[in-house]
Ligand binder design. Structure first.
Ligand code: NI
Length: 136
């Protein structure tokens, strides 16, 4: 069997910069709803956390699939012909082009995974659009 040789730290990564991330702690550091915060980045994708409460807007993303992972609470994602109900520990992938409207009657905490180019309101630009996303 052909095996690739393992190189020791070929990219010269400073191991001291590799840290765990405590998601619950990140979530205590902000209060705003519908304003995702960046908590990590890998392979041109951003890892974000957000708090949702109430209704968002129906929107779609032309070029990006979206991942919604529920940490606490219940998240509903309304699609054109059905509504997903996500509980803590569950996630859904919304393929590009699919209209979706997240909503949460009670506060819900979510993790999002999407390319850096993704706008939270997709093809809509309105007062809910967040363009300058904080890193926390
Ligand atoms: Ni979206």
């Amino acid at each position: 069997m052909l095996r690739k040789q393992l190189f020791k730290n070929p990219f010269n990564i400073d191991m001291m910069n590799i840290e765990k991330v405590n998601v619950a702690e990140k979530l205590t550091s902000f209060k705003e709803y519908w304003s995702p915060k960046i908590v990590g980045e890998l392979n041109q994708q951003l890892v974000k956390v957000a708090k949702f409460k109430g209704d968002f807007v129906m929107h779609q993303h032309e070029n990006e699939d979206e991942l919604f992972f529920v940490i606490t609470g219940t998240l509903y994602i309304e699609l054109e012909n059905k509504t997903l109900e996500l509980q803590a520990g569950e996630f859904a992938l919304i393929p590009k082009g699919v209209l979706h409207k997240p909503y949460a009657p009670e506060e819900v905490h979510v993790m999002l995974f999407e390319p850096a180019a993704t706008l939270n309101t997709g093809n809509l630009i309105n007062d809910r659009t967040v363009t300058d996303i904080d890193r926390i």
